[in-house]
Design a protein around this ligand. Structure first.
Ligand code: ACM
Length: 268
């Protein structure tokens, strides 16, 4: 399977332009799984709930999903991308998977970062792996990387590639994702955005360096900090089914869940 990322520079609030830019960069690509950034269609720095309400959309029938579904089916792509989701008058920072067959799945970000807590509800659905042609895909969003339980659960659910739409502003994630890949023996694709976003007196610079990592923790491809780019590589997803570490160690069989009780203790 070909897996990869589309690193973009979204413009705040310009959903149609952002979707059009993504579609134009995907022209000619077929038979691949491609990850786009978190909130790629809206931009990141919301200033108030009114903006969230204006820009959020349904994760099944909204403009962005409808447009990208046409691309996924026509070009035989599995597309994973971040949107602001509106559902039952609640708002989520969500990731959508549209398979090459047009099936839609979504994940609502569980671990909200900083000011995201002002605007979005944390997701409460557990982490799942979804079948696509040739393997199983899991989704997590940006700051979820700080919680290693997320990628571990996705791997235990059978994800062979973890798709990771991101809007990274801290410097550690790209290195940490090599460990997330290695400790779970899965592929990871982190799709970050680039550019400076300035809204009122708040501004953020996003760090780019989107990357594809193997189950051995090797970086197969990495984008620059400053350019939009599409990068896709051919991988054998079956590599992620092999959890052996040495002839005497299997990553999953050697786990000792009975010793991990404090993980399930209520947080806070
Ligand atoms: C982040 O979760 N967008 C840093």
């Amino acid at each position: 399977m070909k897996i990869g990322f589309l690193q973009l520079r979204p413009q705040f609030g310009r959903v149609k332009e952002n979707v059009r830019a993504a579609k134009s960069m995907l022209v000619g690509l077929t038979d691949a799984t491609v990850v786009l950034p978190e909130l790629f269609n809206t931009g990141y720095l919301f200033r108030n709930m009114e903006e969230v309400r204006d820009l959020a959309e349904s994760a099944t029938t909204g403009y962005t999903v409808t447009e990208l579904k046409k691309v996924a089916v026509a070009q035989q792509l599995n597309l994973v991308f971040g949107i602001a989701e509106a559902k039952n008058k609640k708002y989520f920072n969500s990731s959508v998977l549209i398979t090459s067959k047009g099936k839609i799945e979504s994940y609502q970000k569980a671990h909200l970062f900083d000011r995201e807590k002002l605007f979005f509800q944390p997701g409460t659905r557990s982490f799942n792996a979804y079948p696509v042609e040739g393997g199983k895909i899991g989704m997590m969003i940006c700051f979820d990387w700080f919680f290693p339980e997320v990628s571990r659960v996705l791997a235990l659910e059978g994800a062979q590639v973890i798709c990771h739409p991101s809007n990274l502003v801290l410097p550690w994630c790209q290195d940490a994702m090599r460990t997330r890949s290695l400790e779970n023996k899965v592929f990871t694709v982190t799709a970050n955005r680039i550019g400076l976003e300035k809204r009122g007196n708040i501004s953020l610079t996003f760090t780019g360096k989107s990357q594809i990592v193997t189950p051995k923790g090797e970086v197969l491809a990495q984008a620059s900090e400053r350019s939009e780019s599409l990068k896709v590589v051919e991988v054998d997803l079956n590599e992620a089914l092999d959890k052996t570490v040495t002839p005497n160690n299997d990553l999953f069989k050697d786990r000792k869940p009975a010793l991990y009780k404090s993980i399930l203790r209520k947080a806070g």
